[in-house]
Design a protein around this ligand. Structure first.
Ligand code: RIB
Ligand code: CA
Length: 311
């Protein structure tokens, strides 16, 4: 299955990349990066560092949009630290930065694709929306979009009524949600069920390889903010829900419904209105995921991280 992963590493994006790079079911055509958790020059560096860690020199990494389509950038260093992947040693990556812009890469790759490609955005949707805006014809070659973003019962995390990825660039989210291609959305309702508790981190550590150790270091840092905020044992491992769904969709439960985004109100900007009970005549556009077998999710993640170093 050919995929393009678009991300803003961020510890959870980083773990998602490592999960994907250990999974032969996925043909990772490229990793594109976007400004989000931290500025673009850090998200692209962090993605390249994950490719170093995974030993995947075959995967091109591109930098994309350094700010939302129509708004100033909001970042989340308070959650992820100043590097974006605090919890591990951060150095200059060996993995090169491909000189193509992420949006150019998406357009050219999708136009040339011999089979439809799955897009896996786990940050603000700026790159994806910009590619659709520049070349709407690429949608013919998008198999589906499996994204992390939005919230229904969980309200919001970066504001009382909006999830971070959507809040950073609501106009881009609106473009993507209206694009007409199949969308699977992992919002906070499901990602808050996959908490990286200490026992789960220790099971990952028991793999006893440098990648698993790095994941434990990042999750250890990631843990402190959300645990203080929610009083939970562990942070929600948001982004790896996307790749886990690709690898084993049976772990998840969803419902097809309309998801629309607020792009005007200052109070509720970025809010995702999930019409779960079909009370409007808005057309269903998203498979809204709301439940997961969390233990099985961590068994899958732990087993895949145990495959490092890759042969
Ligand atoms: O709200 C959680 C999302 O915002 C995750 O993708 C995290 O990495 C940040 O991008
Ligand atoms: Ca992310």
């Amino acid at each position: 299955m050919p995929v393009i992963i678009d991300c803003d590493p961020g510890q959870d994006d980083a773990v998602n990349l490592l999960l994907a790079m250990a999974s032969p079911e996925l043909d990772i055509v490229g990793i594109t990066t976007v400004a989000g958790n931290v500025p673009l020059e850090l998200t692209q560096r962090n993605a390249r560092l994950m490719c170093d860690l995974a030993g995947r020199r075959d995967i091109p990494v591109m930098a994309g949009c350094d700010q939302p389509l129509h708004r100033p950038l909001i970042t989340a260093e308070k959650v992820h630290g100043t590097t974006g992947i605090d919890g591990i040693e951060v150095r200059d990556p060996q993995h090169p930065l491909d000189e193509r812009h992420a949006v150019e890469f998406m357009v050219d790759t999708l136009r040339a694709a011999e089979q439809p490609v799955t897009l896996v955005p786990t940050g603000p949707l700026t790159n994806v929306a910009a590619a659709i805006g520049r070349a709407p014809d690429i949608l013919d070659n998008v198999e589906r979009i499996v994204m992390m973003g939005g919230a229904m019962r969980e309200g919001g995390n970066h504001s009382p009524s909006a999830e971070f990825n959507i809040l950073v660039d609501p106009e881009s989210a609106d473009i993507v949600l209206r694009c007409g291609r199949p969308i699977v959305a992992m919002g906070l309702d499901v990602t808050h069920q996959v908490l990286a508790s200490r026992p789960r981190i220790e099971r990952i550590r028991a793999n006893d390889n440098p990648v698993a150790d790095a994941v434990c270091g990042m999750l250890g840092f990631f843990h402190r903010f959300d645990s203080a905020k929610y009083g939970s044992d562990g942070s929600p491992l948001h982004d790896p829900c996307t790749v886990a769904w690709l690898l084993d969709p049976e772990l998840f439960t969803g419902k097809t419904c309309n998801v629309s985004v607020e792009t005007e109100s200052a109070l509720t900007l970025g809010h995702t209105a999930v019409d779960f009970w079909h009370v409007t005549d808005r057309p269903p556009n998203v498979e809204w995921i709301y439940e997961v077998d969390a233990d099985a999710f961590y068994e899958l993640l732990t087993e895949r991280l145990g495959r490092y170093p890759l042969q």
